[in-house]
Design a binder for this molecule. Structure first.
Ligand SMILES: Cc1cc2nc3c(=O)[nH]c(=O)nc-3n(C[C@H](O)[C@H](O)[C@H](O)COP(=O)(O)O)c2cc1C
Length: 314
């Protein structure tokens, strides 16, 4: 791909409109700076970091790259005010908010000169983002790993619909691990892509090695969306997933679901490497990920595949 000058690369002052998703337990300063150094936009995932850990990651990222990077702030975790304060104090220039209302922090952050993108899973919420004045909208399809929308709208259906209803720069997320998928998303109307699962299985991701290896072994059908009553999340069908299914079969007791979840399951699985009792968040596209690779290789593969992908004529 030529050095691009499209709306997303201009907005974030990056070389390629490729954003590495903020991911709990994966995207610390090592992953974010590696992606930014390749010409994409690396995001530190604040969701799994105590405020002091976030500050340290931002400071290390600033040392590891002189390129733009950002912070992802899922609004469902505690210490939100403190997290925003640290972002401002540390001079971060780009924030991606998710799992909450785009109105909450957009204006506050923009007044301080930051660019703000917000993640949604439906056209209805994309319109709310536009009304809230965000700089860019991430539309995430149901294929995606991690927390997800209740409507089960796939990226293929979501992007063209969002495109018809908004005018802000649009970033497609969910089910993108190859350059051909990136090109398809851009043909559908996206200005750029946000990639999670593919960057989870990289050398620089901070997740446990057991988990990275497991990602490369997953097949089609090995993940499902569950916990729709609480916060829908796509995860691997392991022992923990089956435990949740068992609770559903006994009558969907929300309290039992909360109790089962309340044992730092995501950390246990993805960070500590417990492949049975931990929560393992990953997208459907994991079936296309066969190796743990350095970010540089993932990046050059994406660019090469993007160039090679041609729409067949008929
Ligand atoms: C392990 C994992 C953790 C994630 N954590 C977050 C998060 O903390 N905040 C967020 O906004 N999205 C999170 N997501 C969703 C990603 O930001 C991204 O939108 C999604 O992974 C894109 O789909 P893909 O996995 O098919 O590439 C997570 C995804 C994964 C796979």
């Amino acid at each position: 791909m030529q050095q691009s000058q499209n709306r997303i690369s201009k907005l974030f002052n990056i070389q390629y409109p490729i954003i590495q998703a903020g991911m709990i337990w994966h995207s610390g300063w090592k992953l974010a700076s590696a992606v930014s150094n390749c010409g994409g936009l690396g995001l530190i995932g604040a969701g799994s970091m105590y405020p002091d850990v976030l500050r340290e990651n931002i400071q290390k990222c600033k040392q590891a790259t002189n390129k733009p990077f950002g912070v992802n702030v899922p609004m469902l975790y505690p210490n939100l005010e403190e997290v925003i304060q640290i972002i401002l104090e540390e001079g971060v220039k780009i924030v991606f908010t998710s799992a909450g209302s785009p109105k909450t922090y957009t204006e506050t952050l923009q007044k301080e000169g930051l660019k703000v993108a917000h993640v949604v899973s439906s056209t209805k919420f994309a319109v709310k983002c536009e009304d809230a004045g965000v700089d860019a909208i991430v539309a995430e399809g149901f294929e995606a790993g991690g927390h997800n929308g209740r409507d089960e709208t796939t990226t293929f259906c979501l992007i063209p619909n969002v495109k018809q209803h908004i005018s802000k720069p649009l970033i497609a997320a969910g089910g993108i691990a190859l350059g051909s998928q990136m090109k398809a998303a851009m043909i559908l109307g996206a200005d750029g892509v946000q990639i999670g699962s593919r960057f989870a299985a990289t050398t620089e991701a901070s997740a446990h090695e057991n988990w990275k290896k497991k990602i490369t072994e997953l097949n089609e059908g090995d993940t499902l969306l569950t916990l729709k009553e609480l916060a829908p999340v796509r995860m691997v069908k392991n022992k923990f997933f089956n435990e949740l299914e068992g609770i559903y079969q006994t009558g969907r007791n929300t309290e039992a679901l909360v109790a089962s979840l309340g044992r730092a399951r995501a950390k246990r699985g993805m960070f500590e490497g417990d492949m049975e009792d931990g929560e393992l968040e990953i997208g459907q596209v994991s079936a296309l990920i066969h190796d743990v690779l350095p970010v540089e290789t993932v990046f050059s593969n994406l660019l090469k595949e993007f160039e090679e992908a041609k729409a067949p004529s008929f």
